[in-house]
Design a protein around this ligand. Structure first.
Ligand code: MRU
Length: 368
């Protein structure tokens, strides 16, 4: 049942403690592990998408905090908390859209709170006079919580896959966009977890893989994961999805998400909204698979989700690889990394707690 893909991101005690991850920028050509020994290296790895996908970004950030604690020379709690505060700020500034990043940093903050004695007003990132824990106790608490976040993420993905089985018909042709697989999580995947579970259940499925410009997460990563698992799949360019739907060759769409509002609007990789609109046009159910940590209960509208804009060079050069740009030098380029699919286009949202259907305001609230 478990993925054959190596751990996407994990803690290793090698070299006095490192955050180890697959460098996804090199896939599928090379499977290279990247060891980050400073929090700045973790932040840069998140920014250049060596580690990517909402849950995996959260895991990397949590482990990055453990790394910051380990590397801090602080002999007293106040200095350690100052170092942690700086690390948190750096990691929080890496990518704005995936709420799992901020969720994971919040979880680490709570672990620190639990490990120290708070002053009565209790903001742990401000040092108070009654902070009494030893720095090493706090370091240990952060590492323990970060490792739990990684382990829990894997279990959540497996649960999502099981809950989604009822949605996937025998012999289904499933279209997916971007990579919401083992590489985008601690393992197994959200959307690809649904696909893995259906395949393991003997449902005889086939997957249409959108290539996912500009950085080709579908072509490079999803196709690689599916082939590694022996799950039948066919790669298409993003602009072919409507054609295969019109031909009646898609039974459902399953994607992951970077942030879901309390009302069920779904941010995911740029192009997801186009797929959802096409699915609506062709009466194909559009499903979203994500852990509850992807739900931002503070937001009521997808319009309020911050959308990352990325380097125009990612559009100008194919997957950052080809030596020549695919466009004239100096052309204006707009490169939003995500879009928002309104809830009315979403047939169901599957979390580790079960399958939510509209009205999402009620069904997602029940999963909190
Ligand atoms: O820019 P990326 O590669 O981090 O974007 C990833 C996605 O959009 C995924 O679909 C999403 O994070 C869900 S991953 C389980």
């Amino acid at each position: 049942m478990m993925s054959k893909v190596p751990a996407t991101v994990e803690w290793s005690e090698d070299g006095g403690g490192v955050v180890r991850m697959i460098d996804q920028t090199l896939l599928p050509g090379e499977l290279v592990m990247l060891d980050c020994s400073e929090v700045e290296e973790v932040a840069r790895a998140i920014e250049r998408l060596s580690v990517r996908g909402a849950p995996a970004i959260g895991c990397a950030a949590a482990l990055g905090m453990a790394l910051a604690a380990r590397r801090s020379q602080a002999q007293n709690l106040a200095t350690l908390l100052d170092d942690l505060s700086r690390a948190r700020e750096r990691l929080a500034a890496t990518r704005p859209t995936a709420v799992n990043l901020f969720w994971a940093l919040g979880e680490i903050e709570r672990a620190v709170e639990a490990a120290i004695t708070l002053d009565p007003d209790g903001d742990v990132w401000l040092t108070g006079p009654s902070l009494t824990a030893e720095p090493d106790d706090v370091r240990a608490a952060i590492l323990q919580r970060a490792n739990e976040i990684v382990a829990d993420d894997l279990q959540r993905c497996i649960a999502i896959g099981q809950h989604a089985l009822e949605l996937i018909p025998e012999g289904a042709n499933i279209l997916t966009h971007c990579n919401a697989g083992a590489l985008a999580t601690a393992g197994y995947g959200t959307a690809l977890g649904v696909i893995r579970a259906a395949h393991a259940a003997g449902k005889n499925i086939h997957v249409w893989v959108d290539e996912t410009r500009p950085l080709l997460q579908g072509a490079r990563l999803t196709a690689w994961e599916l082939m590694t698992e022996g799950i039948p799949c066919t790669l298409i360019c993003d602009n072919m999805a409507g054609h295969v739907m019109k031909q009646g060759r898609v039974d459902c769409v399953v994607v992951g998400s970077d942030r879901i509002t309390a009302t069920g609007d779904v941010a995911n990789k740029i192009g997801t909204y186009t797929v959802a609109a096409l699915a609506d046009r062709h009466d194909v159910p559009f499903y979203v698979a994500a852990p509850v940590s992807t739900i931002d209960y503070e937001l009521r509208s997808g319009d309020d989700i911050p959308i990352e804009e990325r380097d125009p060079a990612e559009v100008a050069y194919l997957a950052h690889r080809a030596p020549e740009p695919v466009c004239p030098d100096g052309v204006a380029i707009f490169s939003p990394a995500f879009d928002v699919t309104p809830s009315e286009l979403v047939a169901a949202i599957v979390t580790e707690k079960g399958v939510a259907r509209p009205p999402y305001e009620e069904t997602l609230a029940a999963m909190r």
